[in-house]
Design a protein around this ligand. Structure first.
Ligand code: PBG
Length: 327
């Protein structure tokens, strides 16, 4: 029999900051935050991304500046996205050993040996049509894409990636990448699968930053329908069966229910990606004085953590880590 008011007064434990602090259920730790970094060809570059205020695209010689600031704040990992020198139909720059991500891996490994380096494995930044796989006419071909993704992952591992993260949503890619890595001697390289990736309007600003908007059509034939929750668990099971070491849900805030279900259905580390559109919404509203940025960032990250994310990929990683370190 639950107690009743006035015996029961939940407000007692909310009465002061001191009390609230000892009964808080969820706390962010800087090591739970992963900073996405965009790397561009050239030298001396720190180009602003117009649709993502405060985010820049770094050339290889400067990327350690940004990663180093995050590391100083307590962030322990980054995920790299490359914007290649040139694009073609099959995205060959993705697995070139001197490609932009491969070079950034070498630079970061040298400058920040304690930083964990994750790479996004996908073709959309490297193909001239902007789709995440190779085409036959306008059809994105599943099986011919798998070997290319495996080559890309192997190339990243060879260049020093600690973890590879396929985000393409082709069927069977975790297995293909696992076999490829194992065959090349990288059986110890973990795969963080973007297991549950919805076809989302919240990726808009990213496609500006990565110059990866599809030149025709959209990604709905490979990314998931946001209306589907059960299907997320099917994707999860499939990726685990193929050997995923960690899984991701993306975007984060619109899918907290799915994130909680994924957390409850598996025993691997779960990540969530607070994507570009989630970032830019907060930035735009706070720039106009409609919301308080820091408060909203902390609230969203805490909610994502509470819903079940062990790791959160967020463009706010550095500033949030600075606050979390003292929380
Ligand atoms: C590549 C990829 C995308 C994002 C992460 N990896 C773009 C997309 O699928 O269109 C989005 C990240 C973000 O919006 O911050 N496939």
């Amino acid at each position: 029999m639950p107690g009743e008011f006035p015996t029961v007064r939940p407000r007692r434990l909310r009465a002061s900051a001191r009390l609230r602090s000892i009964v808080r259920e969820t706390r962010l730790h800087p090591a739970s935050l992963v900073l996405p970094l965009f790397v561009v060809p050239g030298q001396g570059k720190a180009e602003e991304v117009l649709s993502m205020p405060g985010v820049r695209r770094w050339s290889v010689d400067r990327v350690s500046e940004e990663a180093g600031r995050a590391f100083d704040a307590g962030v322990r990992s980054v995920i790299l996205f490359g914007i290649p020198e040139s694009k073609d139909a099959s995205g060959t720059e993705a697995w070139r050993d001197q490609g932009v991500v491969q070079q950034a891996l070498a630079a970061l490994r040298k400058d920040l040996p304690e930083l964990t380096l994750i790479t996004d494995v996908c073709l959309c930044e490297y193909t001239d049509h902007g789709h995440c796989g190779v085409l036959a006419g306008e059809d994105v071909q599943n099986d011919p894409t798998l070997a290319l993704l495996a080559r890309e992952a192997i190339s990243h591992a060879r260049a020093g990636a600690d973890i590879v993260a396929p985000s393409d949503m082709m069927d069977g890619r975790v297995g293909a990448i696992r076999r490829g890595l194992d065959g090349a001697g990288f059986e110890a390289t973990p795969i963080l699968s973007y297991a549950v990736k919805y076809a989302s309007g919240f990726y808009g600003p990213f496609r500006d930053a990565a110059e990866s908007a599809p030149s025709f059509g959209d990604r709905r034939s490979y990314q998931m329908d946001p209306a589907n929750g059960r299907e997320a668990l099917r994707e999860l099971e499939q990726d685990l069966a193929e050997g995923a070491d960690m899984v991701m849900v993306k975007p984060a805030l619109p899918n907290l229910d799915v994130l909680a279900a994924v957390r409850a259905s598996c025993h691997v580390p779960v990540a969530a990606y607070q994507v570009s559109g989630e970032y830019s919404m907060i930035k735009a509203a706070s720039e106009r004085g409609m919301i308080e940025e820091e408060r909203v960032v902390d609230e969203t990250l805490t909610s994502i953590h509470r819903a079940g994310a062990d790791l959160i990929l967020t463009y706010f990683a550095e500033s949030a880590a600075r606050r979390a370190a003292w929380a």
